[in-house]
Design a binder for this molecule. Structure first.
Ligand code: NDP
Length: 450
């Protein structure tokens, strides 16, 4: 049965490996749901849920600092609106294509459902590479991108946010362009600045939420993050605030990375060093090796593109948090983590562990949380930003942080309860996929064949 549906989806979506990987992971988990609810089969919920409601592709033309014409591709995928307006980030990275964005939009459907906030799934972005571009070029590109995107989004229809390559700076330029084109000030984007409609804690939310989730997992075994040595990959938004929260909770982080390589700092990336890293990445747009120039006791290892494994995952640690990008932990990496006695692997990035890698972790009793559960704090806080915008109010840091902690605990408990109910105790992957699917499938059923 799984293979029938999967081969149909494969035939309809050739050359989309990332999307097919994300679909396979969900379909495998939800088959027991279809056995209990045959009506989902006859209503073709699976066949419908893998088809974007709308896939928008557009040309983005802009002038660089030399006056040369540049042409990029822009996209917005409005994947599923069964439970609320489309919600999901924008990614600016040269690797962006339809397959990558469809996988992200598909994951987003279930993640958003898990938050308990009414948000549908969407994702978008461009193959534009922000690296090496001037401030002026970034602004010009954002304005050109929004020149087309503005036709397709609205604060009650589709509310994009940031993702790889799209942080506070880009959201500012995108928001300014939207406001000028539409002549309206609304919460059409989340991740806005605090002085103009943004929510406190939104910047921190994905990384903080990830560590709250890991703490909940550890509590089920009477354990805590305090005193744990942690491996983190990436050095962008998610990684930075995961490191900050681990430090605050008494753990020690010894690694960080970017696409040029990784650093190991056995003494820990403590507060002062983290502030240096934030400044390096967010303001000076530097490379991770510069960390070692500043703190010579750390060691830099350049990335090896041709390697069959990622050596950052062969370092000894109790917890591992991949926070860079998809498929950065393969089967061999998972085996290395298990060999070194890892207890927890929490996904900060989207789909950072391959299906083979996930199987190794689960089969070896590692507490593994899929990104759609453990990185949902970011979109949940975007949902809180939307609510504040609708209400015309802003909540305090403590209020938002308390809500975030409650949401992460709720997602954790839901995953465990649903996994139990479906005979997969302790399996957060099955719990997350089934719980997210049930919520969306029920809404699709109620709304008829549309
Ligand atoms: P950022 O752009 O802030 O940082 C991304 C980090 O990952 C950078 O250190 C970057 O290095 C590294 N990286 C990106 N691509 C690659 C690659 N192909 N190989 C190696 N390293 C790479 O993005 P975010 O921190 O926002 O996002 C990281 C992950 O978290 C993504 O998977 C994203 O989808 C996910 N996520 C983000 C959320 C958010 O709120 N921001 C919410 C939920 C999930 P370099 O600087 O060299 O490119």
């Amino acid at each position: 049965m799984a293979s029938d549906i999967l081969s149909l989806i494969q035939q309809r979506n050739p050359n989309e490996p990332e999307f097919l990987q994300a679909v396979e992971e969900v379909v495998t988990s939800v088959l027991p749901v279809l056995d209990r609810h045959p009506e989902y089969r006859s209503l073709k919920i699976l066949e419908r849920i893998v088809e974007p409601e709308r896939l928008i592709s557009f040309r983005v033309t802009w002038l660089d600092d030399q006056g040369e014409v540049q042409v990029n591709r822009g996209y917005r995928i409005q994947m599923n609106s069964a439970i609320g307006p489309y919600k999901g980030g924008l990614r600016f990275h040269p690797s962006v294509n339809v397959s990558v964005l469809k996988f992200l939009a598909f994951e987003q459907i279930f993640k958003n459902a898990l938050t308990g906030i009414p948000m549908g799934g969407g994702k978008g972005g461009s193959d534009f590479d922000p690296k090496g571009k001037s401030e002026n070029e970034i602004m010009k590109f954002c304005q050109a991108f929004m020149g087309e995107l503005a036709r397709h989004i609205h604060h009650r229809l589709d509310v994009p946010a940031g993702d790889i390559g799209v942080g506070g700076r880009e959201i500012g330029y995108l928001f300014g362009a939207y406001k000028k084109i539409k002549n309206e000030f609304t919460g059409v984007l989340s991740g806005k600045g605090i002085g103009w409609g943004g929510s406190l804690i939104r910047t921190e939310a994905t990384g903080y939420g990830l560590i709250y989730f890991a703490e909940n997992m550890l509590h089920t075994r009477g354990d805590t993050i305090k005193g744990k040595t942690c491996l983190v990959s990436g050095s962008g938004n998610v990684a930075q605030f995961a490191i900050e929260k681990i430090n605050k909770m008494g753990g020690k982080v010894i690694t960080a990375s970017d696409s040029s390589g990784y650093i190991v700092d056995e003494e820990g990336i403590v507060k002062e060093k983290l502030e240096f890293l934030k400044d390096l990445k967010n303001n000076r747009r530097g490379r991770i090796r510069e960390y070692v120039d500043q703190y010579p006791s750390a060691v830099f290892h350049p990335a090896d593109e041709g390697a069959d494994h990622n050596p950052i995952w062969n370092i000894k640690g109790h917890c591992a948090f991949p926070c860079a990008t998809q498929n950065e932990v393969n089967e061999k990496d998972a085996m290395n983590l298990v060999k070194n006695g890892v207890k927890v692997v929490g996904e900060g990035a989207n789909m950072p562990v391959t299906i083979e890698g996930i199987n190794v972790l689960i089969d070896n009793g590692v507490m593994y949380s899929p990104g759609k559960a453990s990185n949902a704090g970011g979109v949940a806080t975007s949902g809180l930003e939307m609510t504040q915008n609708y209400m015309g109010t802003s909540w305090t840091r403590e209020e938002v942080d308390n809500k975030l902690q409650g949401i992460m605990r709720n997602i954790h408990d839901t995953c465990l309860a649903v996994a139990n109910e479906y005979g997969k105790p302790g399996n957060y992957l099955a719990g997350a996929n089934i719980a997210g699917f049930l919520k969306v499938a029920n809404a699709m059923k109620a709304q008829g064949v549309i």
